[in-house]
Design a protein around this ligand. Structure first.
Ligand SMILES: C[S@@+](CC[C@H](N)C(=O)[O-])C[C@H]1O[C@@H](n2cnc3c(N)ncnc32)[C@H](O)[C@@H]1O
Length: 322
């Protein structure tokens, strides 16, 4: 998945003249903080080098994940035309760019972000977009109750993993209070990210939310650890990203997990593909999340005609009528 051209150009401009060594060092520090899910009360990104490393190494991947999650929600809610967006833990505005790419009707946005460095970069990047209303507000979720107006779409992307459990519950509660129509939460596609999504899912169902995606039902998740639910998007690495990571492979696979929850009852897929399809001649095997509440592997064969053709077309993460 590629960044929208205006965002790609703005990121390139932000990275112009950045020292590869400084980016590599900041990138290693960030990876270490994210990998260890360090929660020491400090923002991971509080200096310019770390912010630039985030733009080079993480923004393309989190954009791809958030955009894919939005695609899944959009295909189930074709009538949804949000005008307002609230992005919690906005970082450099990744979810705002993804949301406006998915729903061009969004023209009034509020980005809440604790790190002043991230806010500054977010404002810099957003200045390259076509004009729309935007406000960046500095709030630390760990310090006090979040009180914001209702917005059509609310996003929390790659933020819950930076908060303690009580902070996660409070943020999801505040986000749901502010959700006019759709709340989208995205997390890294790790077993721990999946557990955080499961906790948010249970909390939201209890609060009266309707699960739109990725699940095909609102029953308990049937997936049993050490397995976990997640999806993947291939992301091209830029030259500066390759240099700053000392990497040679020109792409990476971003693993992610998400939850889209709506105020109003919404249609759900009757099946969702939970892993890469396995195809051989005349057959395709799909691991599916099903409306019955089960997760099971089904074999589709050529003899099934249109059902087989549909099964051949889908990929990991897609909805399928079963
Ligand atoms: C991994 S970044 C994700 C940024 C963006 N949403 C994205 O998907 O690229 C997490 C963001 O949450 C912000 N954040 C973490 N803890 C926070 C807190 N207690 N209050 C406000 N923002 C916080 C961080 O500063 C950071 O910008």
């Amino acid at each position: 998945m590629e960044l929208p051209p205006a965002l790609r150009d703005a990121v390139d401009a932000a990275l112009e003249g950045a020292s590869t060594a400084a980016l590599a060092e900041a990138s290693a520090m960030l990876s270490q903080r994210y990998r260890s899910e360090l929660r020491d009360g400090r923002f991971h990104v509080s200096e310019d080098d770390a912010a630039r490393a985030y733009l080079a190494a993480r923004l393309p991947a989190t954009f791809a994940a958030v955009r894919a999650a939005m695609d899944a929600a959009e295909s189930l809610l074709p009538e949804f035309r949000p005008k307002t967006l609230l992005d919690l833990g906005a970082g450099p505005g990744t979810a705002m760019w993804a949301a406006r790419d998915t729903w061009p009707t969004i023209d009034d946005t509020l980005m809440i972000e604790g790190s002043p460095t991230m806010r500054r970069w977010g404002e810099t990047l957003a200045a390259s977009a076509a004009p729309f209303k935007r406000e960046w507000r500095g709030v630390d979720f760990a310090k006090g109750k979040l009180d914001v107006d209702t917005h059509d779409l609310v996003t929390i992307a790659y933020v819950l993993d930076e908060l303690e459990e009580a902070g996660r519950t409070a943020l999801v509660e505040a986000a749901w209070r502010a959700t006019g129509a759709l709340l989208l939460i995205v997390e890294p596609g790790t077993p721990a990210g999946w557990q955080r999504i499961l906790a948010a899912r249970a909390q939201l169902i209890e609060a009266g939310a309707h699960v739109v995606a990725p699940c095909a039902h609102e029953a308990l998740c049937p997936i049993v650890s050490p397995d976990w639910c997640h999806f993947s998007r291939r992301v091209a690495r830029t030259k500066i990203h390759l240099r700053s990571k000392g990497a040679v492979v020109p792409f990476e696979d971003e693993k992610f997990i998400y939850l889209a929850a709506s105020r109003a009852p919404a249609p759900r897929a009757s099946g969702r593909v939970l892993s890469p399809p396995r195809a051989s001649s005349g057959k395709v095997s799909l691991k599916l999340c099903l409306a019955s509440g089960a997760a099971e592997t089904r074999l589709f064969t050529k003899r099934e005609g249109d059902r087989f053709k549909a099964a051949r077309r889908v990929d990991w993460g897609d909805a399928i009528d079963v």
